[in-house]
Write a protein that binds this ligand. Sequence first.
Ligand SMILES: C[S@@+](CC[C@H](N)C(=O)[O-])C[C@H]1O[C@@H](n2cnc3c(N)ncnc32)[C@H](O)[C@@H]1O
Length: 295
Amino acid sequence: MSIYSTDDGSKSLHSNHFNENFHDSNGALKEAYEKYVIPADLYRFKKGVKLNVLDVCIGLGYNTACLIEAIKNNSIELNWWGLELDKRPLSIALNNQTFKENWSPSVLTILKSIRDFEGWVHPRSAGQILWGDARQQLNLIPNSTKFDLILHDAFSPKNCPELWSEEFLKTLTSKLTCGGRLITYCSAAAVRATLKRAGLQLRSLLPNQDSGNSWSTGTLAILSPSKETINPKGPNWQLLTPMEEEHLLTRAATPYRDLSGLDDAQEILARRKQEQHASSLEKTKNWQRRWLTAA
Ligand SMILES: C[S@@+](CC[C@H](N)C(=O)[O-])C[C@H]1O[C@@H](n2cnc3c(N)ncnc32)[C@H](O)[C@@H]1O
């Protein structure tokens, strides 16, 4: 693992094992706010309410730290759970001065408690991290615990398909409260189609204005209270465009499958490739030709 600087000055890590950066180059801090905290619409939660949050892949802790900074002065209680395979990213971050300068003393204390004591208990907030493979650790969270927010920030499906499988995402969504939101930077058709099949309403995170790229920057998936319609637009999100909707009807939407919850990445990728070959769905190339040559 090596440290690198992102464009907003915040530090992130590169994983040699997954061959992937932890954050996009525009900014680790910026990504946490724009893709997770803003779409969470925290102002919806009234004073005194208890917010249940699950951080899937806490890594260096940006998403959790940004979220706690955002609610710490508005009397919202927090019940937090975290899942993470590797203890090193948070430890490396907490030894880095630039990283520590991002946070208020109370948030830094919480991050250190996660590292040293697997969580914290304060009068108005409590948290617990489960170290290990998220697929197994998720099952240790009591069934009675439901989440208003699930922040899903695993490495990309092509490098870490085990955390984007039909099975894992269905278990995650079964842990949402009514009206609960799963938020992720991932806009892959396979992931969106799986979330849709799990009964969630999809919204698309807006493209990044600065990058000049018109692609969505992620997905907001909402478990709608029965018969209630969800706003088409919200902070940093909108309805899926017709192009994005059609993407879900192509072979790119073939799900990652991991029935046992124990398969390794290569097995899951090979299984998906076979299913794509045999699929009657439209070839993604045709969809690309239709939309991307028109753009
Ligand atoms: C993109 S990084 C997360 C970044 C993080 N949210 C942050 O704010 O810094 C992905 C993380 O997934 C973790 N990870 C990879 N495979 C995992 C697994 N099977 N279970 C749990 N965590 C996993 C990696 O250790 C890494 O910390």
